[in-house]
Design a binder for this molecule. Structure first.
Ligand SMILES: [Zn+2]
Length: 130
């Protein structure tokens, strides 16, 4: 059976939530590069994150489920400024503090300094710290 990636995640928690959702719909799936990304988060970008792999014949159905999951998630996170649901959770890599935390995390080998995440509204540009 041939497996194809249907989604990619930068942490194992969201990856497992999506995997569990697909398994509940009887879709066989597994996570590629989970251990590497979890142990060395700094490699996540290079590897393309944790890939959710499904059989190619089940990929359209899996994408449908993931899209509705995303939609449900978005509708729970309206912009506090304008009320739009057109928002997304993003990390802010352009800020110097994130580079410092990425380097310290790499050097210290722990997760003591988290990367800053915000919820950005694509309609008004407002950013809500998470
Ligand atoms: Zn907004």
């Amino acid at each position: 059976m041939k497996y194809v990636p249907v989604a990619a995640y930068d942490n194992y928690v969201t990856a497992h939530l999506a995997k569990g959702r697909l398994e509940a719909e009887s879709i066989q799936c597994w996570l590629m590069d989970e251990n590497t990304v979890t142990i060395m988060p700094i490699w996540s970008q290079a590897l393309g994150g944790i890939k959710l792999m499904v059989p190619d014949v089940q990929a359209p159905r899996a994408q449908e489920i993931l899209a509705s999951l995303e939609q449900a998630h978005k509708s729970h996170h309206a912009c506090s400024q304008c009320g739009s649901h057109n928002t997304e959770e993003i990390s802010t890599p352009r800020k110097i503090s994130n580079w410092i935390s990425a380097i310290s995390t790499f050097l210290l080998g722990n997760y003591a300094i988290p990367v800053k995440k915000v919820r950005r509204c694509f309609d008004c540009g407002h950013e809500t710290p998470l």
